[in-house]
Design a protein around this ligand. Structure first.
Ligand code: FEO
Length: 401
């Protein structure tokens, strides 16, 4: 097995999960990785583990470098079991190892795994000297769980960031600069980083901006960032800049049309709204909710200035796919968006009203709303076109990127 070294004495001992296609509901057509890191100094530390099914592969990588029974510390940056799932396997071998985590991490690890382990809990600013190298801990609560933490190797200026800055991407490349030596791979890398941010970190943009500021005030210079998913950033400027932009909710002049349809009336409306937007020279991708994956649509939401939601009416309410999508999307708290709604009904209506009520109850304002009975006629279609033009005009004057 080829060893992957980040800096002297620091190794990647994670695994690539080429067959991962679903990560607790988030679709991962390009697979994923679980990154663990081994720091070999006078003392030996393992930072995070991998999903339980891959414990053997991780242990084989560790054995290529050291005897795992010699591990002194297991740093658990995050409880979620894609990172702590092999803790039992490690602790069975490294019987004298101490687990380093936040207080909330300890609580979660014990609840999940129930081990009788020796813990040391840490908070921002605490350090652990391994010999020549010093681990400096930075708690990152709600980025994205209450227990989350990053570990910084001071002498190497290397941040083991855990979920922050990750991507669900299985690749034969371990480092960004290798991926970016091929143009397509580089585009894929940033695309997956955006999808990951949108589906996991979007609700926490404000916290991310504050944490980046705090990290700067702590005098931490990130020469390299090694997240717990995807490739490692040897040139981290690009991903830090992207996180700053996404955290601020910077938007492009782009309108997303997201809809479902029963007997094509809502679809006819959607395409006419699209024509109105496109004729104004604004980008407007169209997403049928049963023909596109939710996590992919959410990636597009990240930088779009406006969202148009279309629904037919079923049993006096919005269509179930629209309801499910809205529940997921509103949980991610997208910010700085212009919202409009449209849809159709046959008897008493209620689809568009349902969407509007759900948006309003989440604190969003609706720029415009349009509902037609049965099939849209010429007058209705003219209103759809006008809605498209209105949204295009608003987006032109207010996009921030
Ligand atoms: Fe990669 Fe929050 O687990």
């Amino acid at each position: 097995m080829t060893k992957t070294q980040l800096t002297e004495g620091v190794y990647w001992v994670g695994v690539v999960d080429w067959n991962l296609r679903d990560f607790h509901g988030y679709t991962t057509p390009r697979g994923g990785t679980y990154n663990a890191y081994l720091i070999v100094d006078e003392k030996i530390a393992l930072v995070d583990t991998v999903k339980h099914a891959f414990a053997g592969e991780m242990l084989e990588r560790i054995k290529e470098i050291i005897d795992p029974s010699n591990i002194d510390y297991v740093v658990s940056n995050h409880v979620e079991i894609d990172h702590s799932g092999s803790l039992h396997e490690i602790m069975k071998i490294a019987t004298n190892a101490q687990i380093i985590s936040t207080e909330k991490g300890k609580e979660g690890l014990l609840k999940y795994h129930g081990g009788n382990w020796n813990f040391r809990t840490v908070k921002t600013g605490d350090e652990l000297k391994l010999g020549r190298k010093t681990l400096f801990f930075i708690t990152v609560p709600m980025l994205h769980w209450p227990d989350s933490m990053s570990t910084y190797i001071k002498e190497d200026r290397l941040l083991l960031s855990n979920d922050l800055f990750g991507q669900h991407l299985a690749s034969s490349f371990r480092f960004d600069e290798d991926a970016c030596s091929l143009l397509d791979e580089c585009d894929v890398l940033m695309d997956e980083a955006a999808k990951y941010y949108a589906n996991i970190f979007m609700p926490f943009g404000g916290l991310i901006l504050k944490k980046l500021e705090e990290i700067q005030k702590l005098g931490i210079e990130m020469k390299m960032i090694a997240p717990s998913h995807g490739v490692m950033w040897k040139t981290p400027g690009k991903i830090i800049e992207a996180y700053q932009k996404w955290g601020k909710g910077v938007s492009k002049p782009k309108v997303l049309i997201i809809y479902d349809t029963m007997w094509n009336s809502t679809e006819v409306m959607a395409t006419e709204v699209l024509r109105g937007i496109a004729d104004s020279g604004i980008e407007a991708p169209l997403f049928h909710l049963r023909k596109n994956e939710t996590s992919e649509i959410v990636k597009e939401v990240l930088e779009a200035r406006a969202i148009l939601l279309g629904t037919p009416t079923l049993n006096n309410d919005m269509f179930p796919t629209v309801s499910g999508f809205l529940t997921y999307l509103l949980g991610l708290k997208p910010k700085n968006k212009l919202w409009a709604t449209f849809g159709s009904y046959g008897w008493a209506g209620g689809g568009v009203r349902g969407v509007n009520e759900k948006l309003k109850s989440s604190g969003y304002e609706i720029v415009d709303s349009l509902e037609v009975r049965f099939r849209p006629d010429e007058t209705d279609l003219a209103k759809c076109y006008a809605l498209g033009q209105k949204m295009a005009s608003l987006v032109k004057s207010s996009a921030t990127a």
